[in-house]
Write a protein that binds this ligand. Structure first.
Ligand code: TRP
Length: 454
C-alpha cells in the first residue's frame, strides 16, 4: 500500500488545494490565450465547443488526475508506476507520466516568454506611456517589443528566475496568502475592464461574437483548438493536477473540489473574453489579430480610463502573478520525480530544469523577430509549433489515456473509495464519463481533424 502522506508535503486543508489548483488553472490561458484563439476561430461555435470539452473531458479527467495522485502520493510518474503494480496493469501506462514531464517542460518554455511580456507591461502602463493611445499606437508598442529580442529575453529571464526561486522553496509556503488576496483582485479588475467595455458601447457586439452561433466561422482545426484549450486552461493532461493531488488530504471531496475549480476557471475566461471583445468592437479592432490581442486591447482600455496608469499597472502585476502560480504547477511533476528518484535537493533540480527551459524559451523569443520565418511544423514558427504540439496533441492524448486508465485499469473499489461515491447513479456517471464520453470526445475530435473527412 502507498502511504497516506506525500514526502513532498501536504496541503493543510481543502481550501489550500482549491487555491493551488485554481492558481494553476487560472493563468495566461484564461486572459491571454482564450480570447485570442476564440478571436482567430470566429467566436460563437468555438466557445460552445470549448465549454462542452471542459464539461465532458475536462471535469472527469481532472477528477481522475486528483484521485490517481492522491492514491499514489508521489510524482505522477511514480504514482502511475505504483498504481499499475497494484492493479496488474501494463507498465506502459507510466509513459503518461513521462510524456507529461516533457509537455510541462515544453509549455513552460513559451509560457515564460509571454509572461515576460506581462512583466514588461507593468512598467509600461504604470509609467503612463499608454495614456490616451488609440488602437494603432497600442499595436505599434507591442510590435516594438516583438522586434526587440534582447528586451523580450530579459523579461523572459526575470519570469523564469522568479518561478525557479519559488519552486526551489517548495510549493506550499507562501502560496496560500498570495492567491487568497490576489485572485479576487484580478477578478475585480477584469470586471472593471468589462465595465469599460460596456461603457464604450462594444458589449453587445462582443457578446454576440462570443456566443452567437455562426456555424461557418469554425474551421475543422478550430474544434481541435477548442479541445486542446480545454485541457490547457484546466492544467490537465500532463500530470500537474496529479502532482498536486498527491498532497491532498484524504478527507477532501474530489468531486466538489474539481467542479469548483473548473467553474472558477471557466468564469474567469468568459469574463476576460467578454471584456476584451467589447474593447475590440468599441475601438474597431480585429478580433482575429493573434497572440497580441490582450496586449493591445487591455492597455488601450486602461489608457482611456481615469487612474488608468494605476489600474493598468496593477492589472499586469496580477496577470503576472496568475502566470507564476500556473508556471509553478508546470514544473511540479518533473521536480517531484527528480527529488524522488535521485534524492536530489529541490533547489538544485529547480535551477537545472529552469535553466534548460529558459534556453529553449529563447527560441520562442526569436520566433517573434530574427527567426520569424524559421518554420518547424508546416507554416509555424518555433513558438507556434511548441504551442500546437503541446496544447493540441500532447494534452488531449494525455487526457485520453488518463481517462482510460481511470476507467478501465484502476480497480473500481479504489476509485469509489477515493471519490466517496456510493449511489448507483453516481457510479454510472463516473464510469460512463471515463470509459466512454471523455475518450470518445477526444477520439472524435482527433479523427475529425486528422482524417480528411468532408
Ligand atoms: N492552465 C494554465 C493557464 O491557463 C497553464 C498551465 C499550468 C497548464 N499548468 C498546466 C497547462 C499544465 C497545461 C498543463 O494559463
Amino acid at each position: 500500500m502507498t502511504p497516506d502522506e506525500s514526502k513532498h508535503g501536504m496541503w493543510s486543508n481543502r481550501w489550500l488545494f482549491v487555491l493551488a489548483a485554481a492558481g494553476s488553472a487560472v493563468g495566461l490561458g484564461n486572459i491571454w490565450k482564450f480570447p485570442y484563439i476564440a478571436g482567430e476561430n470566429g467566436g460563437g461555435v468555438f466557445v460552445v465547443a470549448y465549454l462542452f470539452c471542459v464539461a465532458l473531458v475536462g471535469v472527469p479527467v481532472m477528477m481522475a488526475e486528483v484521485l490517481i495522485g492522491r492514491q499514489g502520493r508521489q510524482s505522477p510518474i511514480n504514482s502511475m508506476r505504483a498504481l499499475v503494480q497494484q492493479s496488474d496493469g501494463s507498465k506502459a501506462w507510466s509513459l503518461i507520466g513521462w510524456a507529461g514531464v516533457l509537455a510541462g517542460f515544453l509549455i513552460l518554455s513559451f509560457y515564460s516568454v509571454i509572461a515576460g511580456w506581462g512583466l514588461y507591461y507593468i512598467g509600461q502602463l504604470a509609467s503612463g506611456s499608454f495614456t490616451g493611445v488609440d488602437g494603432a499606437a497600442a499595436a505599434q508598442a507591442l510590435a516594438a517589443l516583438h522586434s526587440n529580442p534582447v528586451l523580450m529575453a530579459v523579461f523572459h529571464t526575470v519570469f523564469m528566475g522568479i518561478t525557479v526561486y519559488i519552486v526551489s522553496r517548495g510549493v506550499v509556503s507562501g502560496l496560500e496568502r498570495a492567491i487568497r488576496w490576489l485572485m479576487p483582485l484580478l477578478f475585480i479588475l477584469l470586471i472593471v475592464l468589462l465595465g469599460y467595455g460596456v461603457a464604450s458601447g462594444g458589449f453587445a457586439e462582443g457578446f454576440d461574437f462570443m456566443f452567437g452561433l455562426k456555424w461557418d466561422a469554425l474551421s475543422v482545426d478550430g474544434l481541435l483548438v477548442a479541445l486542446g484549450h480545454a485541457a490547457f486552461t484546466l492544467s490537465i493532461g500532463m500530470g500537474a493536477i496529479m502532482a498536486y493531488g498527491a498532497y491532498v488530504p484524504s478527507s477532501v471531496s474530489i468531486t466538489r473540489t474539481v467542479i469548483t475549480i473548473a467553474a472558477l476557471d471557466t468564469v474567469v475566461a468568459l469574463i476576460a473574453g467578454l471584456a476584451i471583445f467589447s474593447i475590440v468592437f468599441a475601438n474597431g479592432l480585429e478580433p482575429g489579430s493573434g497572440p497580441g490581442l490582450m496586449f493591445i486591447t487591455v492597455p488601450l482600455a486602461f489608457g482611456q480610463m481615469p487612474l488608468g496608469a494605476l489600474f493598468g499597472g496593477v492589472f499586469f502585476i496580477l496577470v503576472s502573478f496568475a502566470a507564476i502560480t500556473s508556471a509553478i504547477s508546470l514544473t511540479e511533476p518533473a521536480i517531484a520525480f527528480l527529488v524522488e528518484e535521485y534524492n536530489a535537493v529541490r533547489s538544485r533540480v529547480a535551477i537545472s530544469l529552469g535553466a534548460a527551459c529558459w534556453l529553449l524559451g529563447l527560441a520562442s523569443v526569436f520566433s517573434f523577430n530574427i527567426w520569424s520565418d524559421v518554420y518547424v511544423v508546416g507554416e509555424k514558427t518555433v513558438f507556434d509549433s511548441i504551442d500546437y504540439l503541446t496544447a493540441n496533441i500532447m494534452l488531449p492524448l494525455g487526457a485520453l489515456f488518463i481517462a482510460l486508465f481511470a476507467g478501465y485499469v484502476l480497480p473500481k473499489a479504489t476509485v469509489m473509495s477515493q471519490l466517496g461515491i456510493t449511489s448507483k447513479f453516481a457510479v454510472a456517471i463516473w464510469t460512463t464519463s471515463t470509459r466512454v464520453l471523455a475518450p470518445l470526445g477526444v477520439l472524435i475530435v482527433f479523427l475529425y481533424t486528422i482524417l480528411p473527412i468532408d
